[in-house]
Design a protein around this ligand. Structure first.
Ligand SMILES: Cc1cc2nc3c(=O)[nH]c(=O)nc-3n(C[C@H](O)[C@H](O)[C@H](O)COP(=O)(O)O)c2cc1C
Ligand SMILES: O=C(O)C(=O)c1ccccc1
Length: 371
């Protein structure tokens, strides 16, 4: 008997992908993922920022040999794209981070594991043992705990530490408040804490029901200083990236403090509403830091042309966020792989049609600002 395999086929367009994910996911979960903080001005600004720039293509160039690979932290990656750290992927699909990390590795792109992952960083590293993993740190209040998380990441083969600096508390997310939804309530983001020896020691003797309360107590450090960043460097010999940098003066301080890279980001419009769009501030940041540290950007990356614009304005690579999460919800690991295939094809076509055959050829000369 001939077995007809129903091939998984996710929608190509981001808007359609989001629509189908909305139909599939629980309303509160979808709202939590999709929404921004406040009036969502920053969420919208991220989207709008890309529309302000138009590509002026160069023709009569040779694009017969195309290459979208690039090098980040000394490692060749298949495209200038990293998987943004997203907490609690278990709310989108039971395989959560294990599926996404494996998909990232299979496609030759780095995976950044969140502190609030549903699975532990060790399980994620094992799932993506042949790929590149980075660890995102939500700086805990307890330095010993910070050290433990970072050293575990180092032992598990993570290649860089990304410290998120824009979340000293959660943004004012109106939709979540209406829904009475808190990411912490579900207990889906405790993969790393549940197995951490320092945390386990901390809660010993306490009521297991208080686990979440204890975790929240140590979760946010509201006074991270440059000394704390230096402390993390002492914990493990790994490159350090700061995620959530928007002010050029902070970018300059990052450079002066010997940080390896920054991620220009407003957390996908989920933290400070009213904050500048990451793409809008990118040129000013590039101006102060030059080529001395790696610049990554996220917020609103949906298609190949978004990547071309971000790189032309000075980013070395971008982080890809919500779209992969919707793909995970709809199709697990295969869904994410398919979405990445589409994104990479789109990028290659966009570059070729712009007249560029390599990532290094993308610069501001290709852009026109539409005010
Ligand atoms: C559901 C969700 C959870 C997130 N969790 C984290 C996290 O744990 N750590 C972090 O640094 N950023 C987190 N972010 C922010 C992303 O890393 C990234 O900055 C943002 O999604 C980029 O915007 P985009 O989704 O519009 O592309 C989260 C974003 C979403 C949508
Ligand atoms: O929702 C988020 O944006 C986020 O970063 C987060 C913070 C704490 C727990 C889970 C996710």
């Amino acid at each position: 008997m001939v077995q007809v395999l129903q091939e998984l086929s996710l929608p190509i367009s981001f808007e359609e992908l989001q629509q189908q994910a909305k139909q599939k996911l629980d309303k509160k979960v979808f709202d939590y993922i999709q929404s921004g903080s406040g009036k969502e001005e920053t969420l919208q600004a991220n989207d709008h920022a890309f529309k302000k720039w138009k590509i002026i293509p160069r023709y009569l160039t040779d694009v017969s040999k195309r290459n979208i690979e690039t090098i980040i932290e000394g490692e060749k990656i298949a495209a200038p794209v990293l998987f943004a750290p997203i907490g609690m992927q278990g709310i989108s699909h039971p395989d959560g981070e294990l599926a996404v990390a494996k998909a990232a590795g299979n496609k030759g792109l780095p995976y950044i594991a969140s502190t609030v992952s549903s699975y532990s960083l060790e399980e994620i590293a094992e799932a993506n043992e042949n790929g590149i993993n980075w660890f995102q740190l939500y700086f805990p209040n307890d330095l010993e705990l910070a050290k433990s998380l970072v050293q575990r990441a180092h032992s598990a083969g993570y290649k860089a530490i990304v410290i998120t600096v824009d979340t000293n508390m959660l943004g004012y997310r109106e939709r979540d408040r209406d829904n009475r939804y808190s990411p912490f309530k579900l207990g889906k983001g405790i993969g790393n804490y549940a197995v951490d020896p320092v945390f386990i020691r901390k809660i010993q003797g306490k009521n297991p029901d208080d686990f979440m309360e204890e975790m929240i107590k140590v979760f946010y450090r509201q006074n991270i200083s440059w000394e704390d960043i230096a402390y993390i460097r002492q914990c493990a010999d790994l490159p350090i990236y700061l995620k959530g940098i928007l002010h050029p003066k902070d970018a300059l301080l990052a450079k002066e403090n010997g940080i390896n890279g920054i991620i220009v980001s407003n957390h996908g419009g989920r933290q400070l509403d009213g904050a500048v769009a990451s793409l809008d501030i990118l040129p000013s940041i590039k101006e102060v830091v030059g080529d001395e540290l790696t610049i990554l950007l996220d917020g609103g990356i949906r298609r190949g042309s978004d990547i071309v614009k971000a790189l032309a304005l000075g980013a070395d690579a971008v982080l890809y966020g919500r779209p992969y999460l919707y793909s995970l919800a709809l199709g697990g690991k295969e869904g994410v792989e398919q979405n990445i295939d589409n994104l990479m094809q789109d990028l290659e076509i966009t570059m070729a049609l712009s007249g560029a055959s390599a990532i290094s050829e993308l610069n501001q000369d290709l852009l026109w600002e539409n005010n």
